[in-house]
Structures are given as structure tokens and as C-alpha cells.
Design a protein around this ligand. Structure first.
Ligand SMILES: [Zn+2]
Length: 315
């Protein structure tokens, strides 16, 4: 037992010596306080002081950005309006359910609207070329079943910025009930929208017939029944010169000219059209679409009503 006690005592001594030596060596190896903090004492960054001019420039940035945002919004609104104008042929409220012929303008501005019925049709492409060469826009009244056959021609008409109206699906002349009228007009409207994205509030009754149920249906849908003031009478096969004479002898401010691009032979119309345009231009006429013409008359009537009211209010 004595041996065991001395053995434990010896171990204690060794342990104490070991611990002391370990602590000493640790102190040698590791510095008392790490020099890291010392090394991180970097000089303060030298910022260039902002001068008066720079301060002013910084202040100017805000209104400049605001101006750019405003400009961007204005541009976006303009694009939206152009898009609306190209794909939505609505009519001013006073024309909803109305029947129009020529669109009289008090200002006597020399404007005329060329309209083409019964397309889309292969001949439409030649009409488009003539209109494009002359940088003018026209209005096309489409037959649903023709658009179904020539959807690509329909797309081209819209892409080139012309106005579109509804001319029924089957070009019906005979009396129709409300159900048939709805199918004739609504099916055509749906296909126009499906193929071109266009919505139109303009309806032209086939043959100009106003009492067979179709026009009445269109009026009930608040569409304008868009007739014409000059008929080129193509169904009687007039010569190109006769077509030219008919249009020119009836030329007047707000005239709406009826021609055809679909459903037959239009070679004489194609021959007459460049001359009609050239002569009317020479006489100072500008070419507008039918919705543009309706809008022009609407603006005049609004201005007229305002001036009448202000006169009435004066003592
Ligand atoms: Zn027709």
C-alpha cells in the first residue's frame, strides 16, 4: 500500500510539472494579444468632397428622371391610342345605331372616304398596292366566308392600317329573323376578331338593303349602319372612265365612295383607282377612313354645341 501511495504522489508531481511546462510553451507559441487588430487599423478613406456644382447636378437628376418617366408614359399612351385606333373601330356615341350616307363637315374640309366591299379577295392585294403607293387609308367591309378563305389577305389589310367593317357572313339579301341576323353579323365579327384582333362597330348591309332584318339587328347592337354617297355601280360593268366620272362628278366634302374588291372581276376598278386618287388629290382632297370621318364630324358637332351653349348663357 505504501508503494501505491508513493506511486500516486509521483504521478501528481509529474502532472503538475507537465501542466506548468505546457502553459509556458503555449505562452511562447501564442502571443499574448493577437496583432490582428493592429493590422486592421487602416487609414480612413479619403472621400472627395461634393462640390456645390456636383450637388446641383445630383439635384438635377431627379427632375430629369421624372421627365423621362413622364415622356415614357406619354409615349406608352400614344402607342396604346394608336393600337386602339388600328384594332378598335368604334364610333362616337351619336352614331351608335345611326344610318350614315355622306358625312357633311361644316368646315368644308376636303376629305373623302374610299370604301371597298365584299373582300378579302385576291384583288384586294392590288387595291392595297395602289393605296400604299399613294400613302392613303381606306375602309374595307368584309364578308365572313371570304375572310375564312383568305385570312392572310385580311391580316395584310389590317397590318397596312386600313379600317374594317362587317358585311355579314353570306351577303344575305332576303328577309332574315333575329337569330339568322345574329349569326350573319356575330359570326363575321368573331372571325374578324379571331384572325386580325379587330373589333368593329361599323356595319354595311349587303346591297344597301335596310329592311330585311340585318340593319335592324346591327342598330340594336349600337353599330353604325354605314351606307355611301357615291356608288360606282360596278355590278353594271362600267368602263374605267365611267367609274372615274362617277366618282369625280360626285366629289364633295365628306363623300363616301362605294367600290368593290371582292366577289368578282374588278379589273376596271383597278384601272380606275389610280386616276381617281390622282385627280382628287389634285383637287385638294385628303383621304380618310370612315371612322376618321365620323370622328371629324363628331368633333365639329361637339364644338358647335359648346359655342351654342356659351352664347345661350350670356345675358
Ligand atoms: Zn356587298
Amino acid at each position: 500500500m505504501a508503494n501505491l501511495a508513493s506511486l500516486v504522489g509521483q504521478q501528481k508531481i509529474f502532472l503538475m510539472i507537465g501542466t506548468a511546462f505546457g502553459s509556458f510553451m503555449l505562452g511562447v507559441i501564442m502571443p499574448a494579444s493577437p496583432p490582428v487588430n493592429e493590422e486592421l487599423k487602416l487609414p480612413a478613406p479619403q472621400l472627395t468632397p461634393v462640390g456645390k456644382k456636383e450637388k446641383q447636378n445630383l439635384l438635377n437628376v431627379k427632375p430629369a428622371i421624372e421627365h423621362r418617366i413622364k415622356g415614357f408614359n406619354t409615349k406608352a399612351a400614344q402607342i396604346q391610342a394608336q393600337h386602339e385606333k388600328r384594332f378598335n373601330f368604334s364610333v362616337p356615341a351619336r352614331f351608335e345605331g345611326a344610318i350614315t350616307y355622306e358625312i357633311k363637315l361644316n368646315s368644308k374640309q376636303k376629305v373623302v372616304a374610299l370604301t371597298f366591299d365584299d373582300g378579302p379577295w385576291p384583288d384586294t392585294l392590288q387595291i392595297l398596292n395602289i393605296l400604299k403607293q399613294n400613302k392613303i387609308k381606306a375602309t374595307f367591309f368584309w364578308i365572313g366566308r371570304h375572310l375564312q378563305i383568305y385570312p392572310e389577305i385580311g391580316k395584310k389589310v389590317v397590318a397596312e392600317g386600313h379600317a374594317i367593317g362587317n358585311h355579314t357572313w353570306n351577303h344575305q339579301y332576303h328577309q332574315v329573323d333575329r337569330f339568322i341576323a345574329a349569326r350573319e353579323i356575330e359570326d363575321t365579327a368573331s372571325l374578324i376578331y379571331k384572325i386580325t384582333g379587330v373589333k368593329t362597330a361599323m356595319f354595311r348591309p349587303p346591297g344597301g338593303i335596310l329592311d330585311n332584318g340585318l340593319a335592324a339587328y346591327a342598330q340594336a347592337q349600337k353599330m353604325v349602319v354605314a351606307m355611301w354617297s357615291t356608288d360606282t355601280l360596278e355590278s353594271y360593268s362600267p368602263s374605267p372612265q365611267e367609274i372615274i366620272n362617277t366618282v369625280l362628278s360626285n366629289a364633295q366634302s365628306g363623300a363616301v365612295v362605294l367600290m368593290h374588291d371582292g366577289g368578282g372581276n374588278h379589273s376596271n376598278t383597278l384601272k380606275a383607282l389610280p386616276q381617281i386618287i390622282a385627280e382628287l388629290k389634285k383637287q385638294g382632297y385628303k383621304f380618310v377612313t370612315l371612322p376618321e370621318l365620323l370622328e371629324m364630324q363628331d368633333k365639329e358637332l361637339v364644338a358647335q354645341a359648346k359655342s351654342t351653349n356659351s352664347r345661350a348663357e350670356k345675358p
